[in-house]
Design a protein around this ligand. Structure first.
Ligand code: PEP
Length: 249
């Protein structure tokens, strides 16, 4: 039985004071929430938010990490530094990292393996561009990103991996994949995990949907058999939009 998992990616938004206000509101409004929750503030707010959500039902996530443990990597943030701040999970392969910052599958895989080696949970994002969907390549793109992203990940470590299917054309655009289209890709990703790790792992892995999830479409998406939660961007920035998604019924 998979748990619904709702994660908020705050991207490059919020000062520490603003992040603290949002985190405080989520702690009080989600304390009776039934699902698994995570917030991923900017690096600069991790310590502040971590202190507010520690001991609650909300996990602390980072939005990225370096592929090396430490060293001469100006501007990067290490998994050791994240752990030092109490970070429990890291989002990797987000489409903004893939397309704006040109991260490829090989780099993302190195980050995935390093984060898992240090016992963090990972949310591995996959998803196709609009041109790839229109060319009928959505499943193939997601399969490649899943296979390459998980290369070398053991079956034991896979239990700490969540996959987020985020069609790039749906992120921050107000366009959402139909629940049927999203479910079809989720089923195909689950099939890929099955081929790599077997039926039990395929049945257990949580696959979130991301791309303009809002209070009015969350329940419809999550009603689908293969959609186990959401990775939320814009709507995660206010309690009045994140809480109804997190408490969908
Ligand atoms: C995201 O960035 O992961 C995302 C899904 O953004 P939005 O909800 O704003 O589309």
């Amino acid at each position: 039985m998979r748990t619904y998992y709702i994660a908020g990616n705050w991207k490059m938004h919020k000062t520490r004071a603003e992040a603290a206000e949002l985190a405080g509101a989520l702690v009080s409004q989600l304390k009776d929430g039934k699902h698994k929750y995570l917030v991923a503030p900017a690096f600069t707010s991790l310590e502040t938010v971590g202190a507010i959500i520690r001991g609650t039902n909300i996990l602390l996530g980072a939005q990225n990490c370096a592929p090396e443990e430490q060293g001469a990597h100006t501007g990067e943030v290490s998994v050791l530094q994240l752990k030092d701040l109490g970070v429990q999970a890291v989002i990797l392969g987000h489409s903004e990292r893939r397309h704006t910052y040109k991260e490829d599958d090989e780099l993302i895989n190195r980050k995935v393996k390093l984060a898992l080696q240090h016992h963090l949970e990972v949310i591995l994002c996959v998803g196709e561009l609009l041109a790839e969907r229109e060319a009928g390549k959505a499943e193939q793109v997601c399969e490649t990103q899943t296979v390459k992203g998980l290369a070398g990940v053991s079956a034991t470590d896979l239990s700490r991996v969540t996959i987020a299917y985020e069609p790039v054309w749906a992120i921050g655009t107000g366009k959402t994949a139909t629940p049927e289209d999203a479910d079809a890709i989720h089923a195909s990703i689950r099939g890929v995990v099955g081929k790599l790790y077997g039926a039990k792992a395929a049945g257990d892995i949580i696959i979130q949907y991301g791309g303009s999830v809002k209070p009015d479409n969350a329940a419809l998406l999550m009603a689908k058999e293969n959609i186990d939660g959401a990775l939320v961007g814009g709507a995660a920035l206010k309690p009045e939009t994140f809480v109804p998604i997190a408490k969908f019924s």
